[in-house]
Design a protein around this ligand. Sequence first.
Ligand SMILES: [Mg+2]
Length: 239
Amino acid sequence: MAANGAKGSDSRPVFFFDIDNCLYSKACNIHDEMQKLINKFFCKHLDLNTEDAHMLHQKYYKEYGLAIEGLTRHHKIDPLEFNYEVDDALPLDKILKPDPKLRKLLESLDTSKVKPWLLTNAYVNHGKRVVQLLGIEDLFEGITYCDYGKVPLVCKPNQEMYDKAEKEAGAPSTEQCYFVDDSHLNCTHAQARGWTTVHLVEPGIPIPRVPASRYLVSNLEELRIHFPHLFKSQESNNA
Ligand SMILES: [Mg+2]
C-alpha cells in the first residue's frame, strides 16, 4: 500500500471501501468468530455471564456501531487490549485466501479517475492483515482506520470519522466521495453526508425495508454497472 498522504494537485474523487464483510463474504464466518471473541472479552473483563455479555455487546453495537466504543465509554477498557484479544486473535490466515476475482475488479478501476481507499472501524493491524491475505493490499492508496490508541474513539458512523477519511485520502470535496459498506448504519450516515453511497447486501440477507442509501448491490461486481465511468474501458481490460 502506498503511503498515506494527498498530493496538492490530485483532484481525483475517492472510492472508500469498507473491509470486513465487504471485501470478503459474510459466509467466511469471520463475523461469528469475532462475536465469540468479543463475548468472551465481555465475560472476562466485565465479569458477566454469557447471556448478559451477549446482550450488552449487541446494545453497544447498535448504539455506537462498534462494541469497543461502548467498552471505552462505560468501562474504561483499553481499546488496544481489546484489539489484542479480539481482532488480532482471529485465525484469519486459516480463513482468508487471495481472491483473484476481487483483485481483477479492483485492478480494473481506472486509478487516473478515482483513488481507491480503505475505510474501516478496525484497528490498522487487522485492516492491513485482511487485505494482505486477500492479495489486494497494493491496490489501495491508503487506509483510514479507527485509532484504538486514542480515546474517545472516532469510528463510523460518526461524521468525524468520515471527515477524517476525507482529509486523509485528500478528497477534493465531500461530493467527490464514493463509499461501499455492508453496514446499514454506516451507509445511512455516509449518504446523509452527501457521499455517493452503496450498501452491500449479500444474497440471502434480507433487503432492508428502508434503503440505507441511494445504491444497493448484492456483489461488488455491480459497482461496474453503477459507476462505469470509474472503470477502465472494456478494450483496455482485454488488452
Ligand atoms: Mg463491514
